[in-house]
Design a protein around this ligand. Structure first.
Ligand code: NAD
Length: 417
């Protein structure tokens, strides 16, 4: 059946050069400005997901200015590009020991030469009011020094994981930031990544019952010996603090609990000079007070694999590439009458580094405690030290019970508009 449609408004004027006048845009086409944001009505049918709202970034001069300390792979490959997707943060300064690299990177990202510092003159950041926060992306053994110096310069600090080399350094860093009255956040990107967050929320909602097992794997194959990750003074340890940390931190974030008993075994290949100071492979188990057991595997000598499984009373969750930068695939299984239903979720694509950096910017702007503050990093160091002790003594190690859920975390991050 044919239905009559209203004639569109004609806004153009027909003339010989432009041809017939075109219909003007409708409110569905133009959208509207509301509350300082551009909004479009949903143009898709009910059966499809609406397209995500357009990003609503703050004007650059209202965003929190970050100095990036250390121009290694993570800074250049992930963090600086992620600023392009940030809505509340911008990169305004760089700190590097390589002047040629720093000059080039500054030009690439529109950062002025006068906002490029080296490690010696780092403390001069105190005089640059554009820098409100410092993102420390240096080898782990340098985190304490640069977090402390940034705090003394009066700047808020976002520090890469692992927080430090050990819990004593982590405590110093928390004290330095408290004393200076600045915020300290540890860059646990997975706690801001949508698929990991969905996993945590599903388990916390109780829909799948209690988790009996969490199985987390983070492995990769490492290259040549001459890199800081094989030097204990710079790395603190091997696979455990670098990548096994994701398994530990995620198991803690899913349960919200702290482990009361841990057990670990370490393996190092004979005669491999890379593993004189740090471990290649570690398998570890965490027992949580509610009964959940986490079995975690991490290695520098097994082909890349970064997966998470939660086996619960009424279903399971599989998150492929859980700890990777991209490629997450989430499946949730539970009974559906006579059938086993396996749901595969596709969430809107978001850059997890941008979400994490914007969270820090929000905390600075709104004077909030970060979701992953220094205490969250310290707690991982406390558990990692117990894991090393267990591996050394080949016996389980007990840890003090923590009654409260999420004892080391600040409020949940909001989805940043
Ligand atoms: P990288 O080796 O690529 O970069 C390290 C940078 O530090 C280099 O620019 C190097 O020149 C500089 N540096 C200064 N002094 C140094 C010294 N004495 N020895 C070695 N390097 C020195 O390392 P990266 O992968 O960028 O890691 C940096 C930090 O980021 C580490 O804490 C690491 O754990 C963390 N990281 C986090 C993620 C994540 O997904 N969140 C991923 C990779 C690395």
């Amino acid at each position: 059946m044919l239905t009559a449609v209203a004639a569109p408004a004609i806004i153009g004027v027909a003339n010989a050069a432009t041809g017939p006048a075109l219909p003007g845009p409708s409110p569905l086409d133009t959208g509207k400005v509301e509350g300082g944001k551009v909004e479009f009505p949903n143009w898709r049918g009910e059966a499809d997901r609406p397209s995500p709202a357009p990003p609503a970034p703050l004007p650059p001069d209202q965003r929190v200015g970050f100095a990036i300390v250390g121009l290694g792979r993570l800074s250049l490959e992930q963090i600086l590009p992620a600023f392009a997707e940030c809505k509340k943060a911008r990169a305004v300064a760089l700190v590097s020991g390589s002047p040629e690299k720093a000059k080039l990177v500054a030009a690439q990202h529109g950062i002025s030469d006068s906002a490029v510092y080296d490690y010696q003159d780092f403390d001069r950041i105190a005089d640059n009011p554009q820098i409100q926060a410092v993102y420390v992306v240096l080898p782990n053994g340098m985190h304490r020094e640069y977090v402390t110096r940034a705090a003394k310069a009066g700047k808020h600090v976002l520090c890469e994981k692992p927080m430090a080399n050990n819990s004593a350094e982590a405590r110093d860093m928390i004290a330095a930031c408290d004393q200076a009255g600045v915020k300290l956040m540890i860059a646990y990107r997975c706690q801001y990544e949508p698929y990991n967050r969905e996993t945590i929320q599903r388990m916390r909602s109780g829909e799948l019952g209690a988790a009996r097992f969490i199985e987390a794997t983070n492995t990769q194959v490492m290259g040549p010996a001459d890199q800081w990750r094989f030097k204990k003074a710079l790395a603190g340890g091997g696979a455990l603090p670098d990548i096994g940390l994701y398994c530990l931190n995620t198991a803690r974030a899913i349960t919200g609990e702290e482990p009361v008993e841990v057990f670990a075994r370490i393996f190092n290949p004979d005669g491999d000079p890379r593993y004189r100071e740090v471990e290649e492979t570690i398998g570890f188990m965490l027992r949580f007070p509610s009964g959940t057991i986490a079995n975690c595997s991490s290695s520098y000598g097994a082909h890349e694999s970064k997966d998470l499984r939660v086996r619960a009373e009424k279903g399971w969750i599989n998150l492929e590439n859980a700890f990777a930068y991209e490629g997450q695939e989430l499946r949730v299984a539970h009974r559906e009458g006579k059938a086993e239903s396996i749901e595969r979720l596709r969430l809107p694509q978001r850059n997890q580094f941008a979400l994490e950096i914007d969270h820090m910017a929000t905390c600075v702007k709104e004077n909030r405690v970060p979701h992953t503050p220094g205490q969250e990093g310290l707690q991982d160091h406390i558990v990692m030290e117990a894991l090393y002790e267990s591996a050394r003594t080949m016996a389980p190690v007990s840890l003090a019970a923590v009654g409260e859920l999420d004892a080391t975390r600040g409020p949940e991050p909001r989805q940043e508009g």
